[in-house]
Structures are given as structure tokens and as C-alpha cells.
Design a protein around this ligand. Structure first.
Ligand SMILES: Nc1ncnc2c1ncn2[C@@H]1O[C@H](COP(=O)(O)OP(=O)(O)O)[C@@H](O)[C@H]1O
Ligand SMILES: [Mg+2]
Length: 293
């Protein structure tokens, strides 16, 4: 997509986004609530019309509504609709039939998202996380080559989240292209080939997680139990750039962990001391803190 814009009244939801997703790529869209991620994804999906700019999906245009694209793309939207009176299995078979997918595809996909045991449960009787997994299954059941997922892990418990990671990795391993949004930065860091950080409808950073982290401050944090080091004392240590107290730990920020670690050892010992190198979360917080919305 090139220079895509979308306004709702005075709100510039997407404000000049140019982005190319490569075949087989796993792209993450990150950004605060209201940044424009869903609007952007829905424009790619052909669910919304851009006001301006050009959008191409798999070599064709998703708008006006392009039925030829539907078998080739899979979508899980933020507000998924279900056939609530059907069982999970019936729902998925219905979706599979709509797309002309093989009959065993429903069963396979149900297993893939860990819902085999809930196959006979009515959709309205599923928990939030189970519904979420059914929505994801509905996006995948016809084996699309391009998959859009909007906060797929939002309602999932930690184990279900990890299980979904594996599903997504497998899909990528099969050569499928995945575009997804998430608020879980650790997840984006481990799954995505590239991430786009979106603030106020614009892409403020787009690169591999590793390069984004390397281009960030690169500072390391030392986490010291607060009962052994006061904030004031921490500030006096050599090479300390910043000190914050976070619950029962004192967090010391530095560019050079080695000398600071020695200094901490001398005054507090190393028992229970942890180091944390820069992560995508740090970069994200830097980039989004400067947002002016
Ligand atoms: N249908 C709509 N009508 C009016 N404003 C909308 C609509 N959808 C989204 N918005 C606004 O557009 C902005 C971007 O929203 P959205 O794309 O949902 O962001 P995100 O998914 O990043 O949270 C927000 O300010 C939101 O309130
Ligand atoms: Mg959204």
C-alpha cells in the first residue's frame, strides 16, 4: 500500500501509510489503542475503503469488495461474528463449506487451535478464549495464503497464547504470509520478521525486532532487591544513568553493565540481582511516549 489515508470525521485514523508486506513474511503491527491498526488491517482486508492512496493485495485490489480474493485470504477481526447456536464443530464446518474447503479441514483446524474437546459445545457456551480460538480457526480453515489476525492473543491465557504461537510458526513454516496486531511486545519480538510501530495513524518505525532494539537506547537494566540497595545509594554508583524503584526492586539503567555490576556486588552483593537487556518493549515505549495524541 502506498500513501494510504483514512479519516473518520476529524480523526485521521490512517495518515499516510506506505507499506509492503513480503510473501511469506510475518509482520506485526504494534501501537497504542486508537493508533489506527485495525483500520489499516481492515483496509488491507477489503473491509474498509481508503480515502486516498493505493492498496494491492496478492496482485489485485481489495476494494471494491473483491470476491476472488476471499479464498486466498483469512481474516480474524476484532469483533468476530459466529453462528452462536451451532456447536464449535458445526460452526467451523459451515465456514469451511462457505469457502469450499475439504470436509476434514474443519476437524484438522479445530485440533490445530486446541478445540477438539469443545467441538460439541455450542458457540455461546464457549469461554472468551475458546471463542477467540474459534475465530482464529475460522480464519485458517480454508488454508489461505495470506492471513490477517487482529489481536488474536488478546483474550488468551498464557498457555493458549504459547500454543497459538506454535500454530502461527507452523503456518509461517508452510510459506504463508501473516499480518497481525498485538499488544504483547514479547510475542511480537519472538514471532515477527518485521514489526511496524504505529502512532497516530503513521508508521514511526518499521524493521526487524533485532534492528529496532539495536537502534534504540541499547541500555541495560540491573534489577536489585530493594531491601539491599536504597535509591539514593544506587544513584551514587558509577555508570548509573537512571534509577527507578519498581515494587520491591530497584532498577538501575546503564550503558555498561560490567562495571556497574561490580559496584553493585561491592555494596549489596549479587544475590537476587538480575540484568535485563534492551527489548522491543523499551523501544516501543520510547517511540509511543512521544506520540502527541
Ligand atoms: N467506524 C469508526 N468511526 C469513527 N471513528 C473510528 C471508527 N473506527 C475507528 N475509529 C477511530 O479511528 C482511530 C483508529 O482506530 P483503530 O483503527 O480501531 O485503532 P487501533 O486498532 O490501533 O486501536 C481511533 O481514534 C478510533 O476512535
Ligand atoms: Mg484495533
Amino acid at each position: 500500500m502506498t500513501d494510504v489515508h483514512k479519516r473518520y470525521g476529524d480523526t485521521r485514523a490512517v495518515d499516510g501509510v506506505s507499506l509492503t508486506v513480503r510473501r511469506g513474511e510475518f509482520l506485526g503491527l504494534l501501537g497504542p489503542n486508537g493508533a489506527g491498526k485495525t483500520t489499516l488491517v481492515e483496509i488491507m482486508e477489503g473491509l474498509r475503503q481508503a480515502d486516498a492512496g493505493t492498496v494491492g493485495v496478492l496482485g489485485t485490489s481489495p476494494w471494491p469488495r473483491n470476491l476472488a480474493l476471499l479464498p486466498r485470504i483469512g481474516l480474524q477481526t476484532q469483533a468476530s461474528a459466529f453462528f452462536v447456536r451451532l456447536t464449535a464443530r458445526e460452526h467451523l464446518r459451515t465456514v469451511a463449506a462457505l469457502y469450499g474447503a475439504a470436509r476434514d479441514a474443519a476437524e484438522r483446524t479445530l485440533a490445530m487451535v486446541g478445540l477438539t474437546e469443545q467441538g460439541d459445545t455450542q458457540v455461546e457456551g464457549l469461554s472468551g478464549g475458546q471463542r477467540q480460538r474459534l475465530a482464529i480457526a475460522s480464519a485458517l480453515v480454508h488454508g489461505p495464503e495470506l492471513i490477517f489476525l487482529d489481536e488474536p492473543t488478546a483474550a488468551l491465557d498464557p498457555q493458549a497464547r504459547r500454543d497459538l504461537w506454535q500454530v502461527l510458526r507452523d503456518l509461517k513454516g508452510e510459506g504463508r504470509t501473516i499480518v497481525y496486531t498485538t499488544h504483547h511486545l514479547d510475542e511480537a519480538e519472538t514471532l515477527c520478521d518485521r514489526v511496524a510501530i504505529i502512532v497516530n495513524g503513521r508508521i514511526t518505525a518499521l524493521d526487524t525486532p533485532a534492528r529496532l532494539v539495536a537502534a534504540g537506547s541499547g541500555n541495560t537494566r540491573l534489577l536489585v532487591p530493594a531491601d539491599r540497595l536504597t535509591e539514593a545509594r544506587a544513584r551514587e554508583l558509577p555508570g548509573v544513568l537512571d534509577v527507578q524503584v519498581d515494587g520491591d526492586v530497584v532498577v538501575l539503567e546503564t550503558t555498561e553493565a560490567g562495571p556497574l555490576l561490580s559496584a553493585v556486588e561491592a555494596v549489596a552483593g549479587l544475590q537476587g540481582v538480575r540484568t535485563r537487556t534492551a527489548s522491543l518493549e523499551d523501544v516501543y515505549l520510547q517511540l509511543t511516549a512521544t506520540g502527541d495524541r
